[in-house]
Design a protein around this ligand. Sequence first.
Ligand SMILES: Cc1ncc(COP(=O)(O)O)c(C=O)c1O
Length: 310
Amino acid sequence: MNFIPYGKQFINEEDIKSVVETLQSDFLTTGPKVQEFEEALAFYCDAKYCIAVANGTAALHLASLVLLSENDKVLTTPNSFLATANSILYADAKPIFVDITPDGNIDLDLCEKELQKDSTIKAIYGVSFSGNMLNQEKLHHLQKTYNIKILEDNAHAIGATYGGIKAGSCTNSDIGIFSFHPVKHITTGEGGAITTNDENLYNKLLTLRAHGMVKTSDMKPWEYEMKELGYNYRITDIQCALGLSQLKRLDEFITRRITIAQKYDSAFKNTIVKPLYICNQRKSSYHLYVVQVDFTKIPITKEEMFLKMR
Ligand SMILES: Cc1ncc(COP(=O)(O)O)c(C=O)c1O
């Protein structure tokens, strides 16, 4: 059947050249491209630190290990890919689902009510659903008022902004994460990244990405110790070479997504198909264009609608 795929990568000659050059270099993994990619991402999203990892789920896992402790209660959204809530469970903490607002993001007013009722809640894990960032004024208020950790899952939202605040800048959060799966805006095949402005969290994350292993002293360059249980969540230089090349075209990709979103906005105007939000209201980077249809009001089933749309 001929239909528009859910997502498809856009690879050009520059991307291929960049990967081939790395394949011909001395490093296939943990070489200069990883650091270059991390620096370029941190610069792009106005964050102090960036750690590139194997995928977005690994980014969430490591973030949860540094933010949470066993049995911590975490407010999170039911409207996400399963990895967001799963990462809370990886850290033996407890996800508590909070309802969403009409734009698909976690309801931060309801979060505040939960925080007022229960002072033992330790964190909020929000998702910039579809590419639309969390309300930053409310996030700022919650971060300043309550003693909680905040994670922004920006897997959908690289390149999004909110009143000049960039997704991943962690202006009002402790940690942000990205995913570079091929359906996302830019890809590294599989890949992810963590951003933070906290040096302490950054150093912990670096250690956990590489088995929890550290060099104990410069005087004994042969000696390594495992300080804690870590993982191999490294990303390769080959992947980062692709990521660096893709990152150069990210703004172009987003402009294209916005053009398409505007076409949908006008096509659906005055129809039963209601977009979650209209393009010029948000600085969404449009990983998804999500619509709502009230099936109680029309003589068509969800299944029929799905096939018609496809
Ligand atoms: C909101 C969200 N968080 C996390 C992830 C996990 O990313 P990855 O597939 O790179 O592990 C995804 C993947 O689609 C996602 O949509």
